[in-house]
Design a protein around this ligand. Sequence first.
Ligand SMILES: Cc1cc2nc3c(=O)[nH]c(=O)nc-3n(C[C@H](O)[C@H](O)[C@H](O)COP(=O)(O)O)c2cc1C
Length: 239
Amino acid sequence: MLFAGDPSPATAPMPVTVFREGRRRQPTARAVIYLADQTPSLPVVTAVKVLAINGSPHKDGNTARLLGYVCSELELKGIQTEIMHIGGKPVHGCTACGKCFENRDMRCIIEKDDVNACIAAMAEADGIILGSPTYFADVSPELKALIDRAGFVAMANDYLFSRKAGAAVVAVRRAGGIHVFDTINHFFGISDMITIGSTYWNIGVGMDPGDVDNDEEGIRTMRRLGQNMAWVLEKLTKG
Ligand SMILES: Cc1cc2nc3c(=O)[nH]c(=O)nc-3n(C[C@H](O)[C@H](O)[C@H](O)COP(=O)(O)O)c2cc1C
């Protein structure tokens, strides 16, 4: 954590912004919290954050675009967003070793891929969006591996994602998307999270990268999803 600003007694109390190491963007929304060793006149301000994880190997494909529509709405409401891509990368499945329940260190024992970085970012975020293309009526294998490993690590560590807001985002060409939606929502439902919905199931229709931009109803669904997540996050982070 980096602490910006160290107000001298001569200056008026200034909000202090907390950044995750390496984060450069200025947060746009703020929830005020107080550290135990600080007086209330020196509030620490943290950004409300949403992490979106793209399970598609297409970095600018349909899933990424749908995530973009949701994140734009969140940003409009002053919420900081970040998209991480795990699709197309080597992501190992859960080996059922049970080490996460022995170690309880908020990590998976498998260190050779991006899952621990995702878990750390998920633990830090106030809201988590998991996006996936439809692959034979289910999530991509990379996203499934993340769900299994992050899910077990979270359980092993007193439900790491407890009461965070969660939303599924699904790209589909024709059929099977509802099963993908269900798979992702099952993860939120067993992780002590609050699942966010929209005016239709959170699915956009398209085949080639960019096709979902023609799915007017899908875009409307994503925009409302972003607005609903922002609405819930405002209530959750007010304290
Ligand atoms: C291996 C594979 C399996 C797929 N299975 C389905 C399917 O079951 N149903 C469907 O409608 N589309 C299926 N698709 C199409 C993708 O879900 C669709 O093109 C999606 O928009 C891709 O999203 P992306 O651009 O984010 O990767 C499949 C595509 C691939 C590569």
